[in-house]
Write a protein that binds this ligand. Structure first.
Ligand SMILES: *[C@@H]1O[C@H](CO)[C@@H](O)[C@H](O)[C@H]1NC(C)=O
Ligand SMILES: *[C@@H]1O[C@H](CO)[C@@H](O)[C@H](O)[C@H]1NC(C)=O
Length: 590
């Protein structure tokens, strides 16, 4: 447990920022709005009411709004307009709120964020029956008693993020019948009591991220039947067992990233029938959770980045027919992807596979079962080469391959060509943008991360961008044709030499009986004549007749060459004629 509190201290700043972003943005927006109201108007309104507007506050009595944000207040001012609908007391030094709000019964929106409140006391909001939004984020509240929030019957948005809550009484929210959005992120919660949300039937959004939950708060969640968004990121959840999730028929988005999940039971997610968006990034999963995911037939968006998965097996995302976006980045231990990994995901549109540093090769046709795929990113893998057949280039809209250690030989010619086209399009686009004042977009256009596609080899291109390679460096046919013509020439020369060596002595000793031996040795490399068609015994002297290639233009009819029939009487004379040309090399049979 000691090791769990330590990282908390070090990540506290991050947590504060993450959980507090929204509140601060709200402040900014409100501040800007107030600045826009002419000060004259404010002054005129003050004169017409009995309320006092402290110097540090901005009072807009026409819209019943007052801001005392960043006014160094230590207590809640009680002399403001009692009709107020909106009161902003954020960024002050308020420590307690006891008996402060009975004066403002009409409040709809109250902001107490970024103060020093340690406790909410009991029933201090009892008269705020119209309050719909209460922001208590970034204070030092340690617990909620059963009466801390008593009376807030109309409250829809409650922000308790970035406090020091360790405990919430199970009756704390009992009067919050209208609660729709509850933020408890950035606290020290380890569990939630069962029955906490028994009367909050409208809860749609629950932020529990950045706490210390060790498991799914099953008991409390069993009442949140209309929950749509649940944030459980950055907790300490170790596993998901069967029955951990109550039936949440409307849950649409679930964040479970940055926990320490090592295991998900095959039925662990099966009660989340409407789940559309699931984030399991940055956990300790060592195998693809194919079985539990297969139950989530509505899933369109899945994130599994930052786990310890070593291979993506065939049909890894079984049954996810609606999956559109898949993120599998930063799988450091990933070594292998099966060519059929995505075959079930016929609606797949975007695949992110960046920083999978163990991937040196992509299977060909990895995306051939995914006719809708239009975005593929394989940046910063260890790919040395890419083949056009890896990607459905025809219907892709964006291909990102930068940061790989590419060997920019002519095998990447196809990519070079695409990059040149893309570069040309960009130039043209900029040109026409100036001339016509509008950009024309070609739908078949493919976007590439061209400025990151660089080469580690061959030597002359090492460290260069692929876009800067020359056409010659990328042209396979040059090298290929050269290689073929060299080979052909060498073979030809060898044959000539061989022919000369072989035939020269033979001609000299034509009548010699050595003839027979040479012919015998040749016979072995020559197809044996079909003996069944030949009645007389084998005559070695006849071998000569079929070691000679078929005649090219001997026959009277040039276009129809005679069939290869050394025994047919009709072609006998053909071979006799050929005997005069025997010193020509016999390419076919040597
Ligand atoms: C989770 O993975 C991290 C990184 O490898 C490791 O340090 C940690 O011990 C793992 N935790 C558990 C509970 O397996
Ligand atoms: C180009 O380099 C890649 C990677 O080293 C290699 O697999 C491929 O065969 C090479 N292509 C050519 C034409 O040399």
């Amino acid at each position: 447990m000691v090791s769990k509190t330590k990282p908390d201290m070090s990540t506290l700043k991050i947590v504060l920022r993450r959980c507090g972003t929204l509140a601060m943005e709200d402040d900014k927006i409100q501040f800007m709005r107030w600045r826009a109201i002419p000060t004259m108007l404010v002054l005129a309104m003050i004169g017409s009411t009995r309320a006092i507007c402290p110097a540090a506050c901005r009072c807009e009595n026409d819209v019943l709004r007052t801001s005392c944000a960043s006014a160094s207040l230590e207590i809640v001012p009680i002399q403001l307009n009692p009709e107020l609908h909106e009161l902003d007391l954020s960024n002050n030094k308020i420590v307690h709120i006891h008996f402060s709000f009975p004066f403002y019964e009409k409040l709809v929106n109250l902001n107490l964020s970024h103060n020093r409140i340690k406790t909410l006391g009991n029933a201090n909001f009892n008269s705020q029956t119209n309050l719909t939004r209460l922001d208590l984020s970034s204070n030092q509240i340690e617990n909620l008693t059963k009466d801390s929030l008593k009376g807030l019957k109309a409250l829809t948005h409650l922000d308790l993020s970035n406090n020091s809550l360790e405990e919430i009484n199970s009756a704390s929210f009992r009067e919050l019948h209208s609660l729709s959005v509850l933020k408890l992120c950035g606290n020290r919660l380890v569990h939630l009591e069962g029955g906490l949300f028994r009367t909050s039937k409208h809860l749609k959004e629950l932020h529990l991220n950045d706490n210390q939950f060790l498991d799914v708060p099953t008991a409390a969640l069993s009442d949140t039947i209309h929950l749509k968004y649940l944030y459980l990121s950055r907790n300490l959840i170790l596993s998901i067992e069967d029955g951990d999730w109550p039936h949440l028929p409307e849950l649409h988005t679930l964040f479970l990233d940055s926990n320490v999940l090592t295991d998900i039971h095959p039925d662990g997610l099966s009660t989340l029938v409407a789940l559309d968006h699931l984030d399991l990034s940055d956990n300790n999963l060592t195998a693809m959770p194919t079985m539990p995911l297969a139950k989530l037939s509505s899933l369109t968006n899945l994130k599994l980045s930052g786990n310890f998965i070593s291979s993506i097996p065939p049909v890894a995302f079984r049954g996810l027919f609606h999956l559109r976006i898949l993120k599998i980045d930063r799988l450091e231990t990933l070594r292998q992807i099966d060519a059929r990994a995505f075959v079930d995901n016929i609606n797949l549109e975007k695949v992110h596979m960046d920083y999978n540093v163990g991937i040196e090769k992509l299977p060909t046709r990895l995306f051939y079962g995914n006719p809708k795929v239009k975005y593929i990113s394989v940046r910063y893998n260890s790919l040395q080469t890419l083949e056009a057949i890896h990607f459905p280039v025809d219907h892709l809209q964006e291909l990102r391959v930068g940061g790989n250690p590419l060997i920019c030989n002519c095998s990447l010619g196809w990519l070079w060509q695409l990059i040149q086209e893309y570069k040309y399009k960009l130039l043209k686009l900029n040109g026409t943008a100036h001339m016509n004042g509008k950009k024309t977009r070609n739908t078949s256009e493919l976007t590439l991360d061209m400025s990151d596609i660089s080469c580690v080899g061959p030597e002359e291109l090492s460290g260069e961008l692929l876009v800067d390679a020359t056409k010659n460096q990328m042209d396979c046919s040059v090298g290929w044709m050269a290689a073929v013509s060299v080979t052909v020439t060498v073979i030809f020369i060898l044959l000539v030499i061989g022919g000369v060596i072989y035939w020269a002595p033979k001609r000299r000793s034509r009548s010699n009986k050595n003839d027979l031996e040479i012919d015998d040795s040749l016979r072995r490399t020559v197809p044996s004549p079909p003996r069944s068609r030949k009645t007389e015994p084998y005559d070695p002297g006849q071998v000569e007749k079929y070691i000679i290639p078929p005649p090219i233009m001997i026959h009277n009819d040039y276009r129809s060459l005679p069939s290869w029939d050394p025994y047919g009487t009709s072609s006998m004379n053909v071979y006799e004629q050929l005997n005069d040309n025997r010193d020509r090399p016999h390419i076919v049979y040597v």
